[in-house]
Design a protein around this ligand. Structure first.
Ligand code: PLP
Length: 393
């Protein structure tokens, strides 16, 4: 039996170049973003916007906060209906509820992406759309954006887990009216917590800046037309979702790491997927041709396994040291829509449920080597042979 597999749950160290700046901030006590001109938070916003090719960026306390502020910035009527994928993290329906809107859940298919037929059927009844690129899997953004443009429905991209992904060569997060990213520990850039909102629309970002907690004239720290800001001055509530300067330092120090993490993450993922394809019991949905992914985990479906066989596969993998979650089977999983019991009413989504009950999820950090991935592939294939001996497959 393969033992001591690589640890797929550990984080990468924060680059040492962050240390001097962290020490300087600890000496000065300058933790609040609006204390000084050109605070690390402001510099992060400038660097991130330039990197993404968007006009504006607003750093906030989490991606959930970014999604909430994006919805509030749209100034929707109370109880507006917002279409979200049924396969997403609980933070998304939560942000919709927090913004006093009503989530409408859209089916997702076995490829983890939005089911376009259900999307088009539900679109006429909603005022806005949030697209979650779950685990970095990109839904058909051409079809989604075209359908939404036709009906003048704004699109918010939840790109929490999609930093570095492109669609037709364009950065994910820049396709909709606003894009939201996370710096929580399990994302490409790890600051423990944090998020950022990007947009090209000065009116939307102005509203988000105020509501994020730029009270009085703190918006002067943002590179935005003062006339736009004066129009919203004192007209919006403050939710205080700002990012602190230490977090911004940790994030900025990792920006240069993105190309390597994206490259190595994709390499590891594609290598592992190729190995798993040697056993047809692993269903590995292909990305759309427009997508260039930046994965830090791998997903596969085991649609033909019985419940007992799936249990056997999971325990065999655990014996090898691999903790695999099946989204729909792990207790109280935050990505299983039936666990979002804070929502009013319950609507069954059979397609999404079917996928969640057989979709396996395994972290695959960019720091792994090809040899590590070979070991993981070997353990997964051996676990499958234990659960479903080849002569019975
Ligand atoms: C992590 C994640 C979130 C939440 O991000 P936070 O920064 O923790 O609020 C939202 N959506 C998706 C798809 C995520 O992966």
């Amino acid at each position: 039996m393969t033992r001591d597999l690589p640890d797929v749950h550990s984080a990468e160290p924060i680059p040492a170049r962050a240390m001097d700046e962290v020490n300087r901030i600890l000496q000065s006590g300058d933790l609040f973003r609006y204390n000084s001109a050109n605070s690390p938070v402001t510099m992060l916003e400038q660097d991130f916007a330039a990197m993404m090719g968007s006009r504006y960026a607003l750093a906030v306390s989490s991606c959930s906060a970014a999604i909430f502020l994006a919805l509030k910035a749209l100034d929707l009527p109370p109880q507006a209906r917002v279409l979200i994928p049924a396969f997403t993290f609980a933070a998304v329906p939560s942000a919709v509820v927090h913004a006093e809107c009503v989530p409408v859940l859209c089916e997702c298919g076995r490829n983890y992406r939005i089911d376009l037929e259900d999307f088009r059927a539900k679109l006429p009844d909603v005022s806005a759309v949030v697209i979650s690129h779950m685990r970095g899997h990109t839904s058909d953004m051409d079809a989604i954006l075209a359908a939404c443009a036709k009906m003048d429905i704004p699109v918010i991209e939840d790109a929490a887990h999609s930093l570095g992904t492109t669609w037709n060569g364009r950065n994910i997060g820049t396709l909709g009216a606003m894009g939201c990213f996370s710096f929580q520990s399990y994302k490409l850039l790890n600051a423990g917590e944090g998020g950022i909102l990007i947009s090209d629309d000065p009116e939307l970002i102005a509203r988000a800046i105020i509501m994020s907690g730029a009270y009085e004239h703190n918006w002067k720290h943002h590179d935005i037309d003062p006339d736009v800001m004066e129009r919203v001055q004192n007209k919006l509530p403050l939710y205080n979702m700002r990012l602190n300067t230490l977090s911004a330092v940790l994030i900025r120090a990792q920006l240069d790491e993105i190309p390597r993490r994206v490259r190595d993450g994709a390499r590891n993922h594609d290598h592992l997927v190729e190995k798993l394809r040697t056993n047809p019991l692993f269903d590995l949905p292909a990305p759309y041709p427009a997508e260039a992914r930046a994965p830090d985990s791998v997903q596969f479906n085991l649609p033909t396994l019985s419940d007992a066989q799936l249990d056997d596969f999971l325990s065999a993998a655990e014996m090898h040291g691999l903790r695999i979650q099946v989204f729909g089977r792990s207790r109280d999983n935050a990505r299983a829509f039936w666990n979002w019991r804070f929502l009013d009413g319950f609507i069954e989504l059979p397609k999404t449920r079917k996928m969640l009950m057989r979709a396996c999820d395994l972290r695959l950090p960019a720091s792994l080597s090809i040899a590590d991935c070979d070991q993981i592939a070997g353990a997964l294939l051996a676990s499958m042979n234990t659960a479903v001996p080849p002569q019975h497959a």
